[in-house]
Structure formats: C-alpha cells, structure tokens
Design a protein around this ligand. Structure first.
Ligand code: S3P
Length: 447
C-alpha cells in the first residue's frame, strides 16, 4: 500500500533475545470507568495509574464537557470533582471520541437518562462501528437518538426528561453495551435489571459498588448473570488505583515467547479472570509464563508475570473463552502462526466490528507474511509453521492499534523484516509501546 504523508510506517526485525522489565500502562477499561464514575460522584475522586492514551483522554475531555472538573496532578494522577448523578451539564459542542468505541458507548449510557442532548462523533474507524446496539436499548429508558443510516456516528442523543427503569437482556456479548445500560440506570427511578448470557468484563459493576451504588449480581439459569442497580443513586467519590492493562501486556508477553532466549518480567498486571483468557490459551499452547506475587490492588487482583521463550503448539480455543480475551485474538493469531500445528478460533463474529474487521485484517496480514490461514465467518484457522515465518511484507493496519502492535511483534521473530503501514493508532491505547519494546531489545525502526 502507498504510504500517505500522514502515515507512520515502521519496520520490525529480528535481533537478540528480549530481556528486562516491561511496565505496561494502566488498564484502558478501568481508566474510562474511573473518569466516568468520578464525574457522577459528588466530591473529589482521586485516580492513580490512569492510562494517558488518546482514547482515555477523549473521555476525560467529554467529562469536562458534562461539567466535571478533571485535573491531571502528575503522571497517571488525576483528580475529578464530579457533578453528581442527575447533575450533568449539556455539552456546548460536539463530543469527539476519536477511535474509542468504549468511551463513546459508555458516555451514551451516562447521559441517556439526563434531560440534555449531545452530539457524538469519532474518527473514520469509529464512524463505521455499530451504535444501534447501545441506542436501541437506551430508548427503553426514554432516550431518543438520531444517527446516520445503519446506526452510525455522527449521531445525536437526547436524554430522557422523565426516565423509566428498565429490565433488559443484552444479547450481544458486549461489556460496553451492558455498562452503558448500567450507567443509564443510575439516573432512572427504581431498580433496573440488565442481564447477559455471556460473562463479559465486570469492571463497571465492581467500580459502581466501590462508589457506593446499590448493585447486586445474580447468576442466570443456563449461564450468564443479571445485574440490578438502584437508580437516582448518590455516588460517593473513591480512590481508584488503576492496575496495568493485560491487553497491553499481551504484546511484550507474546514477543518474549517468540524471540528465542528471551526472559521478560511484566509486573503488576490486572488478573481479573474475565480478562485473562489469553494467559490460559497460551499456557495450553505450552507457554512458560509464571505468575507470582498475586495481590489485591484497588479491588482487583494483580500479579507479576515472568515470561520465557517457549516452543508453542496449536490449540483449539473454546468459543466460550472469547469474552475473556476478546481484544487478544490478533496477538494470539501471531503466536499461533509460530506454533507447531493448527490453531482454531471460533465464536468471534464480534471481531468484525472492532477498530477494524480484525478477522479480515489478521487473515490478510498473516497471508502476507507467509502463513497459511483460513478465514471463517466467525473465526480463523491458522496453520502453525513451527517457528519459521517468512515475513518480508508490508501489512495494512486499517486504523487498528492492535493489528499494528501484533505485526510489529511478529516481525521480531520472522526470517525477514515486517513493515506495518501505520503506527499512529498505537497512541490510542499504548503510547509507550515502541519505546518499551526497544528497551527490551526489540529492533523497531521508522520505515
Ligand atoms: C471493553 C469491552 C470490549 C473490548 C473493548 C473494551 C470495555 O468491547 O473490546 O476494548 O471496556 O467495556 P465489547 O464489550 O464491545 O466486546
């Protein structure tokens, strides 16, 4: 693909083993939620370890537009003076969420039960992603939305002047949708119950409890759970210590597995069981990853990961694991390409509506670097090479940070270098990625 003036291509090539300590940034999901719940609490919420990446900074800006005082006091340290549930001001201009599906959808929920309107937009990737999955159930609370054809941004959401409580089953396996509805429920009278068959990440539920909301979680017969929130809530400010992001840790982790002779320590990573399916999958594939010093930090389990280069074997990833590793399939696909034997991944239709169509992007990228892969409607079948991947290609990243990082990791272990067409989007979730990898010994150079 021709490089445009504004694209930032990068070349990754094999060098010596990776070694050292990889301090990955704060968890993206928890960072968004800390800013949002801080806005809904009256008084000062203090955050440490906030992810200072474009996606989260856009959410911070949106919280200011709704009237909160959001102040950075030092690296990762942020103080928020919230406006209280029911106290949101109407934003005076368009809210631009950049690349972030999470930020935009959670904020739609946040304002859907307040008598204000807001206009939502984002970058070219976000403007292609489906918003009806949130807008439709938000109508049950009394909100109204006008979106582009197909439920796309830019869109206008008019919050309910007289919100109603809701009982709704979320069919799509999305924590974003569940969380948006839970946030909307906070300003509706009475109890709202949001159920879901998939066990998606539960950071909203945990953090709501920490901010003093009345919330309960019941298992559903046949799997899944129902979350009940009492509305017209009064949230108390809290101290939120954001653990390091396992979805970012996944990149140095897989790099250390693939580059012969490597040993890397990744400290204080979030180990919430709904987030670490990748760790289980890699272990099934023969990865040498030791978890030590398990402890609690801010209501979440964290631990230190020691990763040593390992010969991997293919694995059939159970489809039910998908919610616990939904953002990790791109990097898992790279690991699978270097494994011996076949890896099968199914139940992944959601990957088609992420920052890019990740099934198509991974299949194309893997083929380009010399890996045999079959693209299924809901997954990938990857024929592992036993460690011998050619490389020698430029991979298209389609405005997707995780596709960019995945193929840069691949290029550290291929026979010939791998170029990715654009690295600009890495700043949406992991601005220090290139530096951090170079400090471990990775050879990444501007292309
Ligand atoms: C997120 C949920 C996931 C994930 C995203 C972050 C969240 O999306 O892909 O990166 O913070 O709730 P879905 O819930 O839409 O699958």
């Amino acid at each position: 693909m021709a490089h445009t003036a504004s694209s930032h291509p990068m070349i990754a090539r094999a060098a010596g083993p990776l070694s050292g300590t990889a301090r990955v940034p704060g968890d993206k999901s928890i960072s968004h939620r800390a800013l949002i719940l801080g806005t809904l609490a009256v008084g000062e919420t203090r955050i440490s370890g906030l992810l200072e990446a474009e996606d989260v900074l856009n959410t911070a800006e949106a919280m200011r537009a709704f009237g909160a005082s959001v102040v950075r006091v030092g690296p990762g340290g942020w103080h928020i003076h919230g406006v209280g549930v029911g106290g949101l001001a109407e934003p005076e201009s368009v809210l631009d969420f950049g690349n972030s599906g999470t930020g935009s959808r959670l904020v739609m929920g946040l304002m859907a039960t307040s008598p204000i309107s807001a206009v939502f937009t984002g970058d070219a990737s976000l403007r292609r992603r489906p918003m009806s999955r949130v807008l439709e159930p938000l109508r049950l609370f009394g909100a109204e939305a006008v979106a582009r054809e197909g439920g796309l941004m830019p869109l206008t959401l008019k919050g309910a002047g007289d919100a109603m409580p809701v009982r709704h089953h979320v069919k799509v396996a999305s924590a974003q949708v569940k969380s948006a509805l839970l946030l909307a429920a906070l300003n509706a009278p009475g109890k709202s119950t949001i159920s879901q068959s998939a066990l998606t990440r539960d950071h909203t539920e945990k953090m709501l409890a920490a901010f003093g909301a009345e919330i309960s979680v019941e298992p559903l017969e046949g799997g899944g759970e129902a979350v009940t929130v009492t509305g017209e809530a009064e949230l108390k400010p809290a101290q939120v210590d954001v653990p390091r992001d396992p979805s970012s840790a996944a990149f140095p982790l897989v790099a250390a597995l693939l580059v012969p002779g490597s040993e890397v320590l990744i400290p204080a990573v979030l180990l919430n069981p709904r987030r670490i399916g990748l760790l289980y999958a890699l272990r099934e594939m023969g990865a040498n990853v030791e978890v030590t010093n398990r402890r609690l930090s801010g209501g979440e389990e964290v631990g230190d990961l020691t990763v040593r280069a390992s010969a991997l074997k293919g694995f059939e990833v159970p489809a039910e694991w998908a919610p616990s590793m939904i953002d990790e399939y791109p990097i898992l696909s790279v690991a699978a390409a270097f494994a011996s034997g076949r890896t099968v991944m199914r139940g992944l239709e959601e990957l088609r509506v992420k920052e890019s169509d990740r099934l198509a992007a991974m299949a194309a990228g893997l083929k380009a670097i010399g890996v045999r892969v079959e693209e299924l409607p809901d997954g990938l079948i990857i024929e592992g090479t036993g460690g011998e991947v050619r490389g020698c290609a430029t991979v298209e990243t389609h405005m997707d940070h995780r596709i960019a990082m995945s193929f840069l990791v691949a290029g550290l272990a291929t026979r010939e270098p791998v170029t990715v067409d654009d690295t600009a989007m890495i700043a949406t979730s992991f601005p220090e990625f290139v530096h951090l990898m170079q400090n471990l010994g990775a050879e990444l150079v501007e292309g």
